[in-house]
Design a protein around this ligand. Structure first.
Ligand code: ADP
Length: 419
């Protein structure tokens, strides 16, 4: 049977978040690391995870189109472009160009953009994105090392990124349900809007929006708006009422946490872990001077006698700004990512097979270095973060956590929740 839903995620933690959502809603889902090199059997949805969020727009567009072409060849009925619930993009902006290119390739002229994820505190009201009680631009996202977000008004963020006209479907419409939302989408498309930002402040809103997207060729958003999509396929009889989602294998072995995120939630999680357990801090200044930090980290890990280890580059905004001023934002980010990926590969070679990775770009770098091709989805640890298992001769258990997700004791909770 052909695939129902083909998804393209602009980073790896976003990919697992979406795959976890679809799986929890009864779709068999596989996450592919990059475009698969062969067919993927026995699945209803494939999420192709790219590391395109911080790439130059032309590269992000080319990679996303390559992913779309593979998905189309599998005969998907609907396509989903997943970006962050904080709408992160570089200043040049990848969300607009990628959405526009995907629409053109599909021969479609309208989609929605809905990053809201109320379960994780992201809501959109009158086109303004909130993180908890704060506007996006006043939240920790203003200090992100690679994609600082300084404007909460999504129309103003998205419009300069695309030639398509950007519109808004407000909460008054959303609150009246999926039929009204679908009608508003038809009206917006007829009036020449190419991308409509859609307000959502609750999970019920997201389900209504998802349901309104029945038959919409391309949907774009955070993973939240995908909540309602599996139901559409159930209603049309293409997805069974219940699905036996395969069980997660037991993977024995030692555990490591690799934190490359500097987001508020990860900083709290690292601090919490260090209250009760040791950790190895990547000294970024020494790294930039050429010190063999990965060698030092691996040597330190061998002294921990198989106990879970934390290796982190996580730092406060003032420390990040200082190293970025010295060596350049992209260069510093990339060098830290590569170092953390080296360390992860060394740990796996030494027998680690349970990995928690904090940070989207960081997860991308690690998973690429480990040469993993695909992940199956397991139990959800906390909203947006499931355990995954590499589809591999020597399977690894991986929890890829978006930097800003998870409660303070996420690391302990993740390790304790593995079968
Ligand atoms: P998040 O999911 O929080 O956005 P990412 O891993 O996507 O986390 O991005 C964090 C970026 O910050 C990575 O490129 C990482 O290498 C970089 N980084 C991590 N620690 C530091 C640090 N101490 N100084 C500067 N940049 C850092």
């Amino acid at each position: 049977m052909s695939l129902l839903l083909g998804c393209i995620a602009d980073d790896f933690t976003g990919g697992t978040d979406l795959a976890g959502t679809l799986s929890a809603e009864g779709m068999r889902t596989v996450q592919s690391i990059g475009v698969p090199d062969g067919p993927v059997a026995d699945t209803d949805a494939v999420v192709i995870a790219l590391k395109s969020r911080t790439a130059p727009p032309a590269v992000a567009v080319a990679e996303s189109l390559a992913a779309l072409r593979w998905l189309r060849a599998q005969g998907c009925q609907q396509y989903f472009f997943k970006y962050c619930s904080t709408f992160d993009s570089t200043p040049a902006g990848n969300i607009g160009p990628v959405a526009e290119a995907l629409l053109a390739e599909l021969g479609a002229d309208f989609t929605i953009a809905c990053p809201a994820y109320p379960e994780n505190g992201r809501t959109v009201y009158r086109g303004h994105l909130f993180v908890g009680d704060e506007l996006l631009s006043e939240s920790g996202m203003k200090d992100h090392p690679l994609t600082p977000m300084t404007d909460a008004r999504l129309l103003r963020v998205l419009q300069p990124q695309t030639r398509l006209r950007v519109g808004l479907i407000t909460h008054e419409v959303v609150a009246t349900g999926s039929a009204a939302i679908a009608a508003a989408c038809r009206r917006a498309a007829a009036a020449g809007t190419g991308i409509a930002i859609v307000d959502a402040i609750s999970t019920a809103d997201l389900r209504a929006i998802g349901n309104a997207c029945t038959g919409m060729l391309l949907v774009t958003g955070g993973s939240g708006v995908a909540l309602g999509l599996p139901d559409n396929f159930r209603r049309s009889g293409e997805l069974p009422a219940t699905r036996d989602i395969s069980s997660f294998p037991r993977i024995d072995g030692s555990a490591a946490i690799i934190a490359g995120s500097c987001s508020t939630a990860t900083r709290a999680q690292v601090a919490q872990w260090l209250r009760h357990h040791p950790g190895f801090r990547v000294d970024v200044l020494r790294l930039l001077e050429g010190a063999d930090i990965s060698g030092e980290a691996l040597a330190w890990a061998t002294t921990q006698h198989g106990q879970p280890v934390l290796i982190y580059a996580t730092a406060a905004p003032e420390d990040i700004r200082a190293v970025q001023a010295a060596a350049g934002t992209q260069a510093v980010g990339a060098q830290i990512e590569q170092t953390l990926a080296d360390i992860a590969a060394g740990l796996v070679n030494a027998g680690t097979c349970r990995l928690v990775i904090a940070g989207g770009e960081t997860s991308g770098a690690v998973v690429k270095r480990l040469g993993l091709r695909a992940l199956s989805i397991g139990p959800v640890i906390e909203p947006g973060v499931p355990w995954t298992c590499s589809i591999d001769a020597q399977p690894l258990a991986l929890a890829l956590k978006s930097g800003n997700f998870g409660s303070r004791d996420f690391f302990e909770k993740a390790l304790a929740s593995l079968p």
